[in-house]
Design a protein around this ligand. Structure first.
Ligand code: ADP
Ligand code: MG
Length: 781
C-alpha cells in the first residue's frame, strides 16, 4: 500500500522517540536487565553491523543465547534510533507454531507493548499481525511460503530471518532455496540465517561463503564418558558392573535401547555424583522408552529423592512446563526427554547428561511407497549437542551409553527431512510459488476475457518450470526417485499436467494447504455435496492424531476409540474420527467440550485445531467457487457413505484386498500345528496387516468374506502394517481410482450365469453382478 513521504517521516520520528524512552526510562529497567544478561547482548554492535553490511548472514549461538528474541530487536532498534524505523519490517520464521506465539509475546513485553503493535505473530488459524512498517513478525515457515505464492508476497519486507535452520525441516530447506533466488531480484532484501548448532559451514557455503557471526555461549567444559569407561567409574556399584557386562555382550547397534542400563546409570549418578545437586537429563528415542525407564525408576528406593519428569513433544504444554521447575532442596530432577531437549528447549539446571545415542526417525521410501519408523543411532553432531546441554550452569558430565567405535561410525549430521518424507506437498508448493514471470502476466488486462486469459496464463506460466531442477538446488537434494514418484502422484491427481504445468485443480489444491490427496477429496466432496465428513478428515490430516493413549489406561482408551466405530463409521479409521469430532462439536457447543475429551481420550487442543482448519478449508473452497453452503446432504450418514468411497479418489492406489495367511506361531521347527491363520491383506506388491491401532480389526472381520480397504500409509516396523484404513466397496475403486485398468475390458469373464469377474490393475479381483459390471465398464469410458 502506498504511503506518503510525510507519513513515513512522522512514523520515523515517533519511533525514534519511543526508542529513546525504552533506552533510558526506569519503566523498562526489568526488561533491560533481562536482555542485558543474555550472551547476545555483548555482540549487539557486531550483529547490527554484520546485518547492515551483508545481504546474507549466518548467525550461530546456542539455544537460549538470545538469537530469536534479540537479533530482530537489535536491527529494529538500530533503525529506530537512526530515524528510519518505519522502513524496517522483519519477518522471522519459526518451525513450530507455539514458539512463534511465545516468542512474540516475550518480545512485545520487552518492548513494553501488547502483541499486535510493533511485534506480532501469524500462524495457521491464529494471528495477531504487527503493523506493516517498523515491526517484527514471527510466523511459521509455512506461512511465509504461502505468502510467496502471491506475486507481491515480499512487498514491504526488509529482512527475513530464518530461525532454527539446524533442524533442517522440509519447509526451512525449501525456503532457503527460494530465498537464494529471491535475493537476486530484491536488491534491498537482507537475510539472516540462525542456527543453534555451532557447525554452520553448510549454511555459509550454501550462500556463497557468506559471513558468519558466532555468539559465544556461557558454557562450561563437559567431561565425556563412553560405554567402555563406565565399569571403572562405577566400580562402587556391583549392580552396575553386572548390568554393564550384560549390556556389552548384547549387540550395540540393534534397534532397541537397553532401558535397564539407562535406569542403572541414572541411579548411579543420582546416588554418587554431585551430592544430590544438579539435574540429570536423559536422552531417549521416544515415548515407549521414556515410559519403560520411568517405570524402572519408580520402583527404586531412591525415588523419594527424585523428581521424575518426562519431556516429549506430544505432551501438552502444561505438562512440558514441569521440566523447567526447580526441585525442592535435597530432591534431584531427572528429565526423561526425546531429542526435543537437544536444541528446541533448554532446561537451565542440567549438570548430567545420560545419552542413549538413539533417535526415532520416520523415513519414507518412495520406491516402495513405504514408511519406516526406526530407532537408530543419532549423528555425531547431535551427540555433541546433547553433551553440551550438561555445561550450562557449571562444569558437567555426559555419559554416552555407546562405545567410541560406535561414535566414530555415526554419520556426521542427521539426514535432513527433505530426504525422508513424501514430496507431493513440497512439489506442489514449488509449482505454486510466484516467480517474476507471473508478476508480469498479472499486471495487464481489464475486461472479463482478459481476466480469463490471465487465469490461463497463470495456470501455464506460474511457478518454477521444472521441479527436479529446482530441487537439485537444495542444500541436500532429495533422491530423484522420490521427486519423480511425487511428480507422478501429482500428475495422476490432476494437479499438474504432463509438462508439469500447474492445472486449475492444482492451483486450488495448493491453496488448500493440506496434502493434495486430501485436497482432491475435498474438491470431490464439495462437488458432490458431502463435504462435511471430508472437511474433518482433511483437517485431521494436518495435525497429530487426536486420540490419546495413556500408557496406564491403554485398554480403556482402546475401548473408547472402538466405541466410535459404530453405524456409518464401521470399519473406518477416518470415519471414526469424523464421528468423534461430530460428537465433540455437539458437546462443545454447550460448553462441555473438554469434559467430553477427557471421557473419550481425545486431545482438546487438536479438536479445536481441526475445527478451525475445517473453517479455513470451507473458506478456501468457497473462494475457489466450489462451495455453496446450501448444497449439503442433510443426513450425516449419507455423507459418511459417500465419503467412504471418496477416500479412494485421494488415496489410490493404496488399496488392499483381504487374504487369509498362514503365520507360524514363533516355533522354529514348525510342525503341523505350529501355525495359525490370520487375516492379512494383499497390496499391489506384497502382503500387509492392519496396524493394531486401527478400528479395522481382525476380530471384527469374518475370515470367509472378502474385504477391500483403502489405507493412508504403509509402514514397516516389526511387520508391514497399513494405517488409517477404511473398508470400502470395491466398485469405488473402479469408479474413482486413477487411470484404473480393468483387465477384462474386452471380454468379461462371465462366471456362473449372472456374475462376472472384474480384475483391476491385474491384482484386485472381485465378483460383480454381470449387468452392473458391464454398466460400470461402460461408465469408465
Ligand atoms: P535463542 O533463540 O538463542 O535460543 P531466545 O531468544 O529464544 O534464545 O531466548 C533468550 C532468553 O530469553 C532465554 O534464555 C530466556 O531466558 C528468555 N526467554 C525467551 N522467551 C521467553 C519467554 N516466553 N518467557 C520467559 N523468558 C523467555
Ligand atoms: Mg531461538
Amino acid at each position: 500500500s502506498f504511503v506518503s513521504r510525510e507519513q513515513l517521516a512522522t512514523e520515523n520520528a515517533m519511533m525514534r522517540l519511543e526508542a529513546r524512552k525504552r533506552i533510558s526510562s526506569s519503566e523498562f529497567s526489568e526488561q533491560r536487565r533481562a536482555r542485558q544478561s543474555l550472551p547476545c547482548w555483548m555482540e549487539r554492535q557486531k550483529i547490527v553491523d554484520a546485518v547492515a553490511n551483508n545481504r546474507v548472514l549466518v548467525l550461530t549461538g546456542e539455544t537460549g543465547c538470545g538469537k530469536t528474541t534479540q537479533v530482530p530487536q537489535f536491527v529494529l532498534e538500530e533503525a529506530e534510533v537512526q530515524g528510519i524505523g518505519a522502513e524496517v519490517h522483519i519477518v522471522v520464521t519459526q518451525p513450530r507454531r507455539i514458539a512463534a506465539i511465545s516468542v512474540a509475546e516475550r518480545v512485545a513485553w520487552e518492548r513494553g507493548e501488547a502483541v499486535g503493535k510493533s511485534v506480532g505473530y501469524v500462524i495457521r488459524l491464529e494471528s495477531a499481525p504487527p503493523r506493516a512498517r517498523g515491526s517484527i513478525l514471527y510466523c511459521t515457515t509455512g506461512i511465509l511460503l504461502r505468502r510467496l505464492q502471491k506475486a507481491d508476497g515480499m512487498a514491504g519486507v526488509s529482512h527475513v530471518m530464518i530461525d532454527e535452520v539446524h533442524e533442517r525441516d522440509v519447509d526451512t530447506d525449501f525456503l532457503l532455496v527460494v530465498l537464494r533466488e529471491i535475493l537476486e531480484n530484491h536488491p534491498s532484501l537482507r537475510v539472516v540465517v540462525m542456527s543453534a548448532t555451532l557447525d554452520a559451514s553448510v549454511f555459509t557455503r550454501y550462500f556463497n561463503c557468506c559471513p558468519l557471526v558466532n555468539i559465544p555461549g556461557m558454557t562450561y567444559p563437559v567431561k565425556v564418558f563412553f560405554m567402555e569407561d563406565l565399569p571403572q567409574i562405577m566400580r562402587q556399584n556391583s549392580l552396575v558392573a553386572s548390568r554393564l557386562n550384560m549390556a556389552r555382550t548384547s549387540a550395540s547397534d540393534e534397534e532397541d535401547v537397553d532401558c535397564e542400563l539407562v535406569a542403572t546409570v541414572v541411579l548411579f549418578v543420582a546416588q554418587y555424583c554431585g551430592q544430590g545437586q544438579g539435574a540429570i537429563l536423559v536422552f531417549l528415542p521416544g515415548w515407549d522408552t521414556i515410559n519403560i525407564v520411568r517405570e524402572k525408576l519408580l520402583k527404586t528406593p531412591l525415588l523419594r529423592s527424585l523428581m521424575l519428569v518426562a519431556l516429549h513433544s506430544q505432551l501438552p504444554a502444561g505438562e512440558q512446563r514441569a521440566a523447567f521447575a526447580r526441585p525442592p532442596p535435597g530432591v534431584r530432577k531427572v528429565v526423561l526427554a526425546t531429542n526435543i531437549a537437544e536444541t528446541s528447549v533448554t532446561i537451565d539446571d542440567v549438570v548430567y547428561v545420560v545419552d542413549c545415542g538413539k533417535i526415532k526417525e520416520k523415513q519414507f521410501d518412495a520406491s516402495r511407497n513405504m514408511t519406516t519408523m526406526r530407532v537408530q543411532w543419532t549423528s555425531q553432531a547431535s551427540a555433541r549437542q546433547r553433551q553440551g546441554r550438561a555445561g550450562r550452569v557449571q562444569p558437567g558430565v555426559c555419559y554416552r551409553l555407546y562405545t567410541r567405535a560406535t561414535y566414530q561410525a555415526m554419520q556426521e549430521h542427521q539426514i535432513p527431512e527433505m530426504q525422508r518424507v513424501p514430496l507431493e506437498e513440497l512439489c506442489l508448493q514449488i509449482k505454486a510459488i510466484a516467480t517474476p514471470s507471473v508478476v508480469a502476466s498479472t499486471a495487464s488486462g481489464d475486461d472479463g476475457r482478459a481476466m480469463f486469459q490471465k487465469e490461463i496464463e497463470y495456470a501455464s506460466s506460474t511457478g518454477i518450470s521444472d521441479i527436479a531442477t529446482f530441487l537439485s538446488k537444495a542444500m541436500q537434494p532429495p533422491k530423484s526417485t522420490a521427486v519423480h514418484a511425487a511428480i507422478k502422484v501429482l500428475q495422476q491427481l490432476g494437479a499438474i499436467d504432463q509438462c508439469q504445468n500447474l492445472t486449475n485443480l492444482g492451483k486450488t489444491l495448493a491453496k488448500l494447504a493440506v496434502h493434495p490427496r486430501f485436497g482432491k477429496m475435498l474438491v470431490y466432496g464439495a462437488l458432490l455435496g458431502c463435504l462435511d465428513p471430508l472437511l474433518t478428515i482433511a483437517a485431521a490430516a494436518c495435525f497429530r492424531d487426536p486420540f490419546i493413549v495413556p500408557v496406564s489406561r491403554r485398554e480403556e482408551a482402546d475401548k473408547m476409540h472402538e466405541s466410535f466405530a459404530r453405524g456409518p463409521a464401521y470399519g473406518s479409521d477416518q470415519l471414526v474420527l469424523v464421528s468423534a469430532f461430530n460428537q465433540w462439536s455437539i458437546a462443545n457447543a454447550v460448553g462441555s467440550g473438554n469434559s467430553f475429551c477427557e471421557a473419550h481420550f481425545l486431545a482438546p487442543t487438536t479438536m479445536r485445531l481441526i475445527s478451525g482448519m475445517r473453517k479455513q478449508f470451507e473458506r478456501t473452497l468457497s473462494e475457489a467457487g466450489l462451495y455453496e453452503p446450501w448444497f449439503r446432504t442433510s443426513s450425516p450418514d449419507v455423507g459418511a457413505h459417500v465419503a467412504r468411497s471418496l477416500l479412494t479418489a485421494g488415496l489410490y492406489p493404496n488399496i488392499a484386498r483381504s487374504e487369509l495367511c498362514r503365520e507360524s506361531k514363533g516355533m522354529k521347527n514348525a510342525t503341523k500345528h505350529a501355525y495359525r491363520w490370520r487375516l492379512g491383506f494383499r497390496v499391489q506388491n506384497g502382503r500387509v496387516f492392519v496396524h493394531p491401532t486401527s478400528v479395522v480389526s481382525e476380530k471384527h472381520l469374518n475370515p470367509s468374506m472378502q474385504y477391500y480397504l483403502v489405507f493412508q500409509e504403509k509402514m514397516q516396523t516389526s511387520q508391514v502394517f497399513v494405517r488409517g484404513c477404511t473398508l470400502l466397496p470395491p466398485l469405488a475403486v473402479v469408479l474413482l481410482g486413477w487411470n484404473v485398468t480393468v483387465c477384462n475390458d474386452a471380454g468379461p469373464t462371465v462366471l456362473s450365469g449372472d456374475w462376472m469377474l472384474l480384475e483391476v490393475e491385474g491384482w484386485l479381483r472381485f465378483h460383480i453382478d454381470r449387468r452392473a459390471g458391464l454398466l460400470l465398464l461402460q461408465l469408465r469410458h
